[in-house]
Design a protein around this ligand. Structure first.
Ligand SMILES: Cc1cc2nc3c(=O)[nH]c(=O)nc-3n(C[C@H](O)[C@H](O)[C@H](O)COP(=O)(O)O)c2cc1C
Length: 239
């Protein structure tokens, strides 16, 4: 086999794009035709998001069949079981990414997420290109502060944190800044899952795609300033 034409998927695993076959330790791995088609599109789009819908239409030939994301999930999980060395990540909204194998190069995305998780302040990332600008990432500090697990908040707009307490001038400022795609810092009254009041010094920054200059994400940083805000209120009452 000419190894130059092969695509390396791990230190023991190779994909032959000409024959659409995969081998491990020089032995061919037998895959079903659906798995092979799935693997081929993931490899073709490595390091990029591939949606469940795209996978469905490339893998199943019967176009009349109603789309069923469960089929795609099961197929991905079978592929992972059959070829455990593959790194296929799931993303919000039924999207998948096959990570390209790189010899001894750390995965920067994983490092960045680890760093964000270790940050002292809450960190949220939202996707303004999805309906109602939902949260797609929260770090551990956010979960600890507001008592919500990532599963409970991902897919929702962050406004649930101020609940019914909407009579806050700062909320209009946030709304305007998001529309105008600019940075903003405000202090909001927010509430934990158990209903405790938190004064949240929130900074939101738009993140643009360097090449297309299109808005990609909003990054939110949540800082708990409850103690200092309560002190300020006490002093004001004393004056
Ligand atoms: C990345 C990001 C983080 C946000 N974090 C919070 C937050 O911690 N608390 C909060 O009350 N609102 C937060 N918001 C603001 C709300 O999601 C929403 O934009 C705001 O309520 C104004 O919009 P609305 O009038 O449609 O509700 C955040 C928004 C973004 C984009």
């Amino acid at each position: 086999m000419n190894t130059k034409t092969l695509i390396k998927l791990s230190d023991r695993c190779y994909w032959n794009p000409l024959t659409q076959t995969i081998s491990q330790d020089n032995h061919a791995l037998i895959l079903t035709s659906s798995m092979t088609k799935l693997l081929a599109i993931l490899i073709e789009h490595h390091d990029k998001l591939v949606s469940s819908v795209d996978i469905f239409f490339h893998v199943w030939d019967d176009y009349d069949k109603e789309f069923n994301p469960k089929n795609v999930r099961n197929l991905i999980s079978n592929l992972r079981k059959r070829i455990p060395c593959l790194v296929i990540n799931n993303y919000y909204g039924g999207r998948y990414v096959l990570k390209k194998y790189r010899d001894n190069v750390p995965d920067i995305t994983d490092y960045v997420l680890e760093i964000l998780d270790q940050a002292k302040n809450g960190i949220t990332i939202s996707d303004p290109n999805l309906p109602d600008n939902p949260i797609i990432f929260v770090n551990e500090a956010f979960s600890e502060l507001f008592e919500y697990t990532p599963d409970e908040v991902i897919g929702r707009n962050c406004r649930f944190l101020h609940g019914e307490d909407r009579d806050q001038i700062a909320l209009k400022e946030v709304k305007d800044a998001l529309i105008e795609k600019r940075d903003i810092t405000v202090i909001l009254r927010n509430y934990t899952k158990s209903g405790e009041l938190i004064f949240n010094e929130l900074t939101i920054s738009p993140i643009f795609d360097k090449k297309t200059e299109k808005l990609k994400y909003f990054l939110g940083v949540q800082k708990n300033v409850t103690a200092i805000q309560k002190l300020i209120q006490q002093i004001k009452r004393m004056l």
